[in-house]
Design a protein around this ligand. Structure first.
Ligand code: SAM
Length: 312
């Protein structure tokens, strides 16, 4: 359980994400909808001035009305645009429904399976984030409450196949740790075969470059093409977020046509991403490039791995 996140400051309730304490992001809370503890994580849902509704899991900001679209669009669209015919998509985590909503914007998608371990996240999404949860009831969606590793293990053993797998997990703590392991990625590789694409959300290059490089290097052992790309998510540490795309045959950095018909068809519905922006997302800052190449990188050290280490 993280340190207490709701704190009274000058007569106002403020929310300090314990993981973001040293990044200066706090929320002025105007209303607390719910605080609960599930077998997997604590859940806080509240209104914050300027941000709309906020969902925090394990004390970590996961979804805000203000910037959820940027995160969900950049997790989903690069892989879906790079794949020639993404008919079957698997989302691991993502119980809020935002990634599913973006996946289902592609008419070519016939089935999108979402597997989240915590049914309470899905219930909260339906109650407080209707703009995300709308996708959960789409006839092309299959929503499963269950463990992501167990699901890919069983699906791979049963000969299952997907064109794209998106890992919309919490950061690598508690139940999500297993979603950052080589074992999990190898099952994903089996499900994807040669032509599929895997994209896990991969953390903050500013504050957790070790984690970012860890995902990249593990995937590079398994897949022939591995590319890191970046997007902006203001409410996450550092405001810049990493995603890693891996495939045996598709290089995402060269496979997306920025002015292509599929991206043009999509653009009117998007708030954040567009063709040229997605193409540019594969350009990386020097310290990130150097770290991925195994060269010494002039990056800042990672934040403490345990929020209890922060001086509350
Ligand atoms: N965008 C978010 C972020 O990076 O902060 C992630 C949002 S999404 C709500 C994360 C989801 O991953 C949560 O609903 C959580 O329940 C789910 N999750 C964590 N571990 C999991 C596991 N082992 N299997 C399936 N889902 C898992």
């Amino acid at each position: 359980m993280p340190a207490e996140s709701f704190v009274q400051v000058n007569g106002k309730t403020r929310y300090f994400d314990p993981w973001l304490r040293d990044t200066h992001l706090t929320f002025t809370v105007t209303h607390i909808h719910e605080r609960l503890q599930t077998p997997f994580q604590s859940i806080d849902v509240f209104e914050a001035q300027g941000w709309g509704t906020v969902l925090a899991l394990g004390g970590v900001t996961n979804v805000t009305d203000r910037d959820e679209s940027g995160y969900h669009e950049m997790l989903a669209h690069p892989a879906l645009l790079a794949h020639p015919a993404p008919k079957r998509v698997l989302i691991i985590g993502g119980g809020d429904g935002g990634t599913l909503r973006e996946v289902l914007r592609h008419p070519v998608v016939e089935l999108a399976v979402l597997v989240d371990i915590d049914g309470e996240v899905i219930r909260c999404a339906r109650q407080y984030f209707p703009q995300c949860a709308v996708a959960l009831d789409d006839p092309r969606a299959q929503v499963i409450v269950g463990d992501g590793l167990a699901y890919v293990e069983q699906a791979a053993a049963a000969g299952g196949q997907f064109d794209v797998i998106l890992v919309d997990s919490t950061d690598p703590v508690d139940a999500a740790v297993e979603l950052f392991t080589e074992k999990f990625y190898r099952h994903c590789a089996t499900l994807l075969g040669d032509g599929g694409i895997l994209v896990p959300q991969s953390d903050s290059p500013t504050f957790y470059l070790d984690r970012v490089a860890g995902v990249y290097h593990t995937l590079s052992e398994i897949f022939s093409n591995t590319r890191l790309y970046l997007g902006q998510v203001t409410a996450y540490p550092g405001g810049v977020w990493a995603y890693t795309a891996a495939s045996q045959t598709i290089d995402l950095a060269t496979s997306i046509e920025p002015q292509g018909a599929r991206v043009r068809q999509l653009e009117p519905d998007l708030r954040y991403a567009n063709g040229p922006f997605i193409a540019a997302a594969f350009a990386l800052p020097t310290y990130v490039q150097r770290r991925l190449q195994g060269l010494p990188a002039a990056a800042l050290p990672s934040l403490a791995d345990d929020p209890a280490d922060f001086d509350v």
